[in-house]
Design a protein around this ligand. Sequence first.
Ligand SMILES: C[C@H](OP(=O)(O)OP(=O)(O)OC[C@H]1O[C@@H](n2cnc3c(=O)[nH]c(N)nc32)[C@H](O)[C@@H]1O)C(=O)O
Ligand SMILES: O=c1nc2n(C[C@H](O)[C@H](O)[C@H](O)CO)c3cc(O)ccc3cc-2c(=O)[nH]1
Ligand SMILES: [Mg+2]
Length: 304
Amino acid sequence: MLIFSGGTGTPKLIEGLRNILPEEEITIVVNTAEDMWVSGNLVTPDLDTLLYLFSGKLDTAKWWGIKNDTFMTSDALRSLGHDEIMRLGDQDRATNIMRSDLLRAGYSLTKATKKLAGALGIRSAILPMSDDPVKTMITTSSGKVHFQEFWVKEHGKPEVLEVVQEDIEKASIAPDVLEALEKEDHVLIGPSNPITSIGPILALQGMKELLKKKKVVAVSPIIGKEPVSGPAGKLMAARGLEVSSAGVVDCYGDILDIMILDERDEYGISALKNAACKILITDTLMKNADKSTALARFVVEAFT
Ligand SMILES: C[C@H](OP(=O)(O)OP(=O)(O)OC[C@H]1O[C@@H](n2cnc3c(=O)[nH]c(N)nc32)[C@H](O)[C@@H]1O)C(=O)O
Ligand SMILES: O=c1nc2n(C[C@H](O)[C@H](O)[C@H](O)CO)c3cc(O)ccc3cc-2c(=O)[nH]1
Ligand SMILES: [Mg+2]
């Protein structure tokens, strides 16, 4: 199965999929538009969440970073007056240093990620959506800032006037993603942020055309009129979309074959009763690993 992912909602579902599918059968296309250079190294939050999930290192209390990581370098930098926007754990920083050294040596992001995945003993393919840099920028009343500045430094609080993915028109789908799309007929769009996690993957040139030939199943990250977590509502509203599962369907457009909604999502179920795609309803709230596995089984069934 080919899965499009960000760094929280879809990884929760992948945790369940790993219990029912062989790892070799899972290929993940990962958003890279939130990546940011910090103190000379490239931090790739969504890729790293997946690397750490598959290697058993992920801090699943936060869904980013390594569990029980220390912050000695971050603290030392801070005491010197060098405050980093993203607080990096020491082991996590090691991942970023290795990745960035590989990039400086001429590796593509895909090849650098493959090398890290190999070193961590991962058998699933974890693929950056593109080897070209794309940056999600948020315009607030104080100006235009990188997504991480809005989310980490400003805690997602400022009013959002605009969201753009800079350089998206210059970015190509990574060659390994194209190859995976040639082999795979089933694509799962996980319950990730439709604007900042799935949006950049779908906005890559040619992606929507390729998906029209596939069976595409998506899980809504919205229940009623709110996301389960995070800034998706604010960002959808800034793009003129209704904050609801219907807004998510509008956002993905005609690539969708099936949309899975939560059983509590009365508004979405009613708003989508005449939708062009098929609607399936189940419990999508992944409060623990058993819930993730149950939803994963439902998703696998939806493809049959
Ligand atoms: C900051 C965060 O971005 P990121 O970490 O990349 O997260 P994702 O885009 O992958 O996911 C955020 C998205 O996920 C939805 N979510 C979270 N848990 C669940 C769940 O158990 N069920 C379900 N149906 N959706 C879930 C959540 O509403 C978020 O919109 C970000 O942008 O939030
Ligand atoms: O809220 C925070 N999120 C942090 N995140 C999460 C990140 O900002 C976002 O949740 C993702 O970009 C959304 O996918 C990190 C992710 C990393 O891979 C590495 C470091 C950080 C540091 C922070 C942080 O200091 N605060
Ligand atoms: Mg993300």
